[in-house]
Ligand binder design. Structure first.
Ligand code: NAD
Ligand code: UDP
Ligand code: UDP
Length: 323
């Protein structure tokens, strides 16, 4: 039965990897969800299970254009997130980061509602401070192949804080570190999905560079918990706030773990390191512990096992995008 007293949450990028999990969680928590997506990297498959719900609605729309709807809160996630995808049309990546943010902030201003921004650890660039704390202002190349994303997301943060200062908007800004889990796009080239698919198919595992660069991997359910706690925190803490798992692994260690968990026969092979690839990345999450009482609970191996189950099924179905 339709409950007219449910709050409505707008999720831009709701058909993407993180967005689809957030749709699930908010519907479960008693919201109605309006999912806005132009399907640039998202997929209707990710939200197919929600289409029968009375509390779920989708709208195909590109947020670089204005959007007039009535909602109670906004989650702004729309933006391609993997290097392959955000570099495919870099001007569009900058546009969605900046013009998309302006439109969603304009919408929040008109409605007087709270707005959440999915920012990123990429605002720190190739960091000289390790682990990364929120007060670190970053080491970002403004003209490299990653700049469309890094600088786009940095400017979006600027806009969020200027709307807060100028228009007293209630904002939340999360800096998300590498997140993984079921519904990751099989062809977006991210390290966890690449390695799992390669391992399951007993194909060579592609280490870029010497594989000694590090990343910290957060399981999707932990991240979504962090989103909810940040959005709803009682003290009105607005961020920016690091959300990620502080466990740090080399890319080589990740490959070896995945080979072991999948009983794969794959060898590790070396490929050139992409330009401006950060050498190390690990969130300092002291502020998240203090301000919203959050820390991730799911260790890497446990999260990888759940993700492997998802990709096993995709590979078994002969998913075209898995080659
Ligand atoms: P994703 O590519 O799976 O999802 C992004 C979604 O945005 C897709 O559904 C895509 O179709 C949609 N989209 C893109 N451009 C749009 C536009 N102009 N209008 C409407 N929709 C549009 O990526 P994800 O991993 O789910 O990332 C979601 C958000 O989280 C992004 O903003 C990303 O920058 C941020 N983030 C993700 C990670 C991560 O590890 N996954 C890390 C840091 C930040
Ligand atoms: N906007 C929107 N939906 C709304 C209100 C505004 O998409 O409900 C867009 C509008 O196109 C505008 C942008 O948000 O360009 C910024 O709005 P704001 O009110 O901050 O700025 P202004 O309209 O004064 O330029
Ligand atoms: N990487 C790799 N092999 C792959 C894909 C990625 O060695 O097949 C490396 C990549 O160079 C980077 C790390 O894994 O150092 C994480 O890459 P990803 O694209 O997942 O995310 P990001 O670089 O944005 O953190």
């Amino acid at each position: 039965m339709i409950n007219y007293f449910r709050k409505t949450a707008l999720i831009t990028g709701g058909a993407g990897f993180i967005g689809s999990h957030l749709c699930d969680r908010l519907i479960n928590d008693g919201y109605s969800v309006l999912c806005v997506d132009n399907y640039f990297t998202g997929s209707r498959d990710s939200i197919a299970h929600l289409l029968e719900s009375d509390h779920f609605e989708t709208l195909r729309h590109d947020i670089t254009f204005p959007l007039y709807v009535e909602v109670d809160e906004i989650w702004n996630l729309a933006c391609p997130a993997s290097p392959i995808h955000y570099q495919r049309d870099p001007v569009q990546t900058t546009k969605v980061s900046i013009m998309g943010a302006i439109n969603m902030l304009g919408l929040a201003k008109r409605l007087g509602c709270k707005i959440f921004q999915a920012s990123t650890s990429e605002v720190y660039g190739d960091p000289e401070v390790h682990p990364q704390v929120e007060s670190y202002t970053g080491n970002v190349n403004p003209i490299g192949p990653r700049s469309c994303y890094d600088e786009g997301k940095r400017c979006a943060e600027t806009l969020f804080f200027d709307y807060k200062r100028k228009h007293n908007l209630e904002i939340r800004v999360a800096r998300i570190f590498n997140t993984y889990g079921p519904r990751m796009h099989p062809a977006d080239g991210r390290v966890v999905s690449n390695f799992i698919i390669q391992a399951l198919k007993n194909e060579p595992i592609t280490l870029y560079g010497d594989g000694m660069q590090t990343r910290s991997f957060c399981y999707i359910d932990d991240l979504v918990d962090g989103f909810i706690k940040l959005m709803n925190n009682d003290e009105g803490f607005q961020g920016p706030l690091n959300l990620g798992n502080p466990g740090e692994f080399t890319v080589r260690e990740l490959a070896e773990t995945i080979v072991e968990l999948t009983n794969s026969k794959s060898d590790l092979v070396r490929r050139p390191l992409p330009e401006d690839d950060p050498q190390k990345r690990r969130p300092d999450i002291s502020l998240a512990r203090e301000k919203i009482g959050w820390e991730p609970k799911i260790p890497l191996e446990e999260g990888l096992k759940k993700t492997i189950v998802y990709f096993e099924e995709l590979v078994r179905q002969g998913c075209e995008r898995c080659s």
